[in-house]
Design a protein around this ligand. Structure first.
Ligand code: XUL
Ligand code: CO
Length: 439
């Protein structure tokens, strides 16, 4: 199985922080114990099929520049089979245990729905075989409901029910594929579920349609034997001007309104959170506080650009906060850390795919180690608990237990007089955080 990446002979190995080998892990040591679990169990990394194996380096100013050996084939199906072989070779050499795909990444669309389904089935059978051979697993599957021209005005939110039906067929088959491959998640990312102008958009109707599609997916998945979770992945813009799943808060409101909370969780992506004007930490915390943080798309944007650059994650602050929040909620039962990230247009060598994933894995491994130590030392949780301690006793406790009225509180406020000014100690806490990062 050394066909497409001959430059890497065995597996990428852990060599430790002092290693100068660019093709080795410095911090990601799969067997290292962190608390009760190994690093590999904590960090369920997944390779994103669409970026790593189907990415071409194309941008709005020019077409593809990567010349991938697995793309050289005489038919779309042969190309799909080659790509699958390349994918399992790469994932195995990286020592990664999971991958994620869209239906159309993995198998080409045919001339009719029947032909499309046949293509998908053939490739999914091959993927099942390769999973057995390599031990690599599916983290989540999804349907691409945004690339085909029929979805120009949306999929589930399309004003034409005939397009809704096409999307329904795709969702059904993508759920089948996810079940067959043992995926523990199924993602709905908004795609073109949004609007460009309100002049022709009935937002309420479109949101009702979207909720209807999700309810139908839940019903179907239960009958199809899906034991995992559905995830919604918020994003505020791109490709539409206003995406309905703006951010974690918006999606939580939508799931509550349409009675979908039980079957869904959120898949939070770093670059989507920043496009929404939040930090990654913010959207992760919103989701986690609601008991709804299911999975993560780990990448980063470029703060100087206003679009979804999907770069590999190298920001240690992002990684520390992500792992801090995940650890504090006791892990991710159904999800993991999916590299929804692509190498730059100018990084066209296949070896660049290794460097990018190694960097992301080391960043999150280091993030895990730092977060774990901070949690054990109560470095931030202790000052946080002290800051809110007033609400755990006396008057504060009574307020939260609904035992006091505004009138009673006014009386107490008059009696106690002006409260003292208490510093938030932000800089001191930032120094503490940095002392863990600096090591
Ligand atoms: C698009 C995006 C998607 C989803 C899966 O911005 O993030 O690739 O992760 O559909
Ligand atoms: Co994503």
């Amino acid at each position: 199985m050394a066909k497409y990446f001959p430059e890497i002979r065995g597996k990428i190995k852990y060599e430790g922080a002092d290693s100068k080998n660019p093709l080795a892990f410095k911090y990601y040591n799969p067997r290292k114990k962190v608390g009760r679990k190994t690093m590999e169990q904590h960090l369920k990394f997944a390779v994103a099929y669409w970026h790593t194996f189907k990415g071409t380096g194309a941008d709005p100013f020019g077409g593809g520049v990567y010349d991938r050996p697995w793309d050289h084939a005489s038919s779309p199906m042969e190309q799909a089979e080659n790509t699958l072989d390349a994918a399992f070779e790469f994932i195995s050499k990286m020592g990664i245990k999971y991958y994620c795909f869209h239906d159309r990444d993995i198998a080409p669309e045919g001339a009719t729905i029947k032909e499309t389904n046949k293509n998908l089935k053939k490739i999914i059978n091959k993927a099942e075989k390769l999973q057995k051979e390599t031990g690599v697993k599916l983290l989540w599957g999804t349907a691409n409901l945004f690339s085909h021209p029929r979805y120009t005005n949306g999929a589930a939110t399309n004003p034409d029910p005939r397009v809704f039906a096409q999307a329904a067929s795709q969702v059904k088959r993508a759920i089948d594929a996810t079940v067959q491959l043992g995926g523990t998640g199924y993602v709905f990312w908004g795609g073109r579920e949004g609007y460009v102008s309100l002049i022709n958009t009935n937002m309420k109707q479109e949101l009702d349609q979207l909720a209807q599609m999700l309810h139908m997916a839940v019903d179907y998945a239960k009958r199809a034997g899906f034991k995992g979770k559905f995830f919604i992945e918020p994003k505020p813009k791109e490709p539409s001007t206003h995406q309905y799943d703006v951010d974690a808060g918006t999606v939580l409101g939508f799931l509550t309104k349409y009675d979908l909370l039980d079957d869904f969780a959120l898949n939070i992506e770093a670059n989507h959170a920043t496009l929404a004007g939040h930090s990654f930490q913010h959207d992760l915390q919103v989701a986690s506080d609601a008991g709804m943080l299911g999975s993560l798309d780990i990448n980063r944007g470029d703060p100087t650009l206003g679009w979804d650059t999907d770069q590999f994650p190298t920001d240690i602050y992002d990684a520390v906060w992500a792992m801090y929040i995940i650890q504090q909620q006791g892990g991710l039962k159904y999800g993991g850390l999916n590299f929804d990230a692509k190498v730059r247009r100018s990084s066209f060598d296949t070896v660049d795919l290794f460097h990018s994933h190694i960097g992301g894995m080391d960043t999150f491994a280091k993030g895990l180690l730092i977060a774990d130590k901070m949690i054990k030392d109560k470095a931030l949780s202790q000052p946080m608990a002290e800051r809110y301690a007033g609400f755990k006793r006396g008057m504060g406790k009574k307020i939260m237990k609904n035992e006091l009225t505004l009138t009673q509180l006014e009386k107490m406020a008059i009696e106690q007089g002006e409260p003292p000014m208490l510093s938030g100690r932000q800089e001191e806490l930032e120094n503490i955080l940095n002392s863990y990062i600096f090591g």
